[in-house]
Design a protein around this ligand. Structure first.
Ligand code: NDP
Length: 330
């Protein structure tokens, strides 16, 4: 592949980046042991922050895309050979180093995860970082005692990437899932994913400050943060847990020691970026087996081209994207 296409963000550092499709050569790629012919990438909230707002980017021109799946083209690391199917997400991909919105990518071997049995390259990107984060949330909740007999589980930001995969995984595992959303128009979609109940996100916030309220949830998956997370902490059942992964609703969280010392609740931090490789591989393997979401085999996935990406990146920042969007590159 002498030339390949990529979506490149460029900026003079003062304005928000401009996105354009460019023809590049391998010399434009960073150093790394593994070169991957990219088959699919995906759209995450963080891609919007990087590609549209220029957040976290250290230098331009920059290829965004925090996720990719594809086939190894070249490798100087003996663990990978040409033709191997792989996933690369997290670390600096698409943030501090060129990412997945490109037909060819080069990465350190330490970032590479072999495609697990039970997943195709396309399915891996329907999941992507959002799906991985949802699965890591479920793994950590269950490691902390959650099982289907404990009671209802609430998922905030349920129409989004992390939320929709979490709803689907939890429902498949037999949990009674309440999906919280700002878009009640998505009720049918959320029920198709397996939600037993759909509530408006306003039901998870209250202006009145209270350290604890009526206990409602055995657990919560929360990619929203802010006031929603304050409310979730105050409404967990005794010994319940909330898995915190995101900030679409804000970064400030008002709470007190009471949920912790009166109800013994657990506040679990979920980080996909630096998640240790052993746990990362285990979670990906589970995504191809017992945690494999049923949504992978349904038609509710949005597949787009590189040309459509800039518009989609703007939409995700406005909270307008439903579920998962993938980009076909190969
Ligand atoms: P999406 O945009 O796909 O989903 C986010 C959802 O949050 C939206 O769909 C919407 O759901 C809800 N939301 C949006 N704006 C608001 C608001 N103002 N108040 C309350 N809810 C809101 O994003 P992702 O699923 O890709 O990511 C979600 C969050 O998780 C982001 O903050 C992201 O940075 C973070 N993240 C963190 C990771 C980690 O490693 N910790 C990894 C992956 C993501 P609805 O319309 O249903 O209410």
């Amino acid at each position: 592949m002498d030339h390949f296409r990529a979506l490149v963000a460029d900026s003079n550092g003062e304005e928000q980046p401009k996105l354009a499709i460019r023809s590049l050569t391998a010399a434009d790629l960073p150093e790394g042991e593994v070169t991957v012919r990219v088959a699919y990438s995906s759209v995450n909230y963080k891609d919007g922050m990087v590609g549209i707002l220029g957040r976290m980017v250290k230098s331009y021109p920059h290829i965004p895309g925090i996720d990719l799946s594809g086939t190894v083209a070249e490798s100087s690391d003996s663990r990978y050979r040409p033709g191997d199917e792989v996933i690369v997400t997290s670390y600096g991909l698409g943030v501090t180093q060129h990412g997945g919105y490109s037909e060819l990518a080069r990465v350190p071997a330490s970032w590479v995860v072999p495609l697990p049995t039970g997943l195709t390259l396309r399915e891996a990107m329907i999941l992507g970082t959002a799906g991985f984060t949802a699965a890591l949330s479920v793994q950590r909740l269950e490691d902390n005692g959650l099982s289907p007999g404990n009671g209802p589980v609430v998922v905030a930001g349920a129409s989004g990437g992390v939320g929709s995969v979490a709803v689907n995984i939890l429902a498949k595992r037999g949990y009674e899932v309440t999906a919280s959303t700002g878009r009640l128009s998505e009720e049918a979609y959320l029920k198709e994913l397996g939600a037993a109940h759909v509530i408006h996100r306003d039901e998870l916030t209250e202006s009145e400050r209270k350290p604890v309220r009526r206990p409602q949830w055995a657990a919560a998956v929360d990619p929203v943060g802010g006031k929603t997370l304050s409310y979730l902490l105050s409404t967990l059942q005794y010994g319940g847990s909330v898995a915190t992964s995101g900030l679409t609703g804000g970064i400030e969280v008002e709470t007190s020691v009471y949920p912790f010392i009166l109800r013994g609740v657990n506040w679990l931090g979920i980080d996909s970026v630096e998640c240790p490789m052993e746990l990362r591989r285990r979670v990906w393997e589970r995504l191809g087996s017992d945690l494999k979401p049923t949504m992978l085999s349904s038609a509710i996935v949005n597949e787009i081209t590189l040309e459509q990406l800039p518009e989609e990146l703007a939409h995700i920042l406005q909270g307008q994207v439903r579920g998962r969007t993938i980009i076909k590159l190969g």
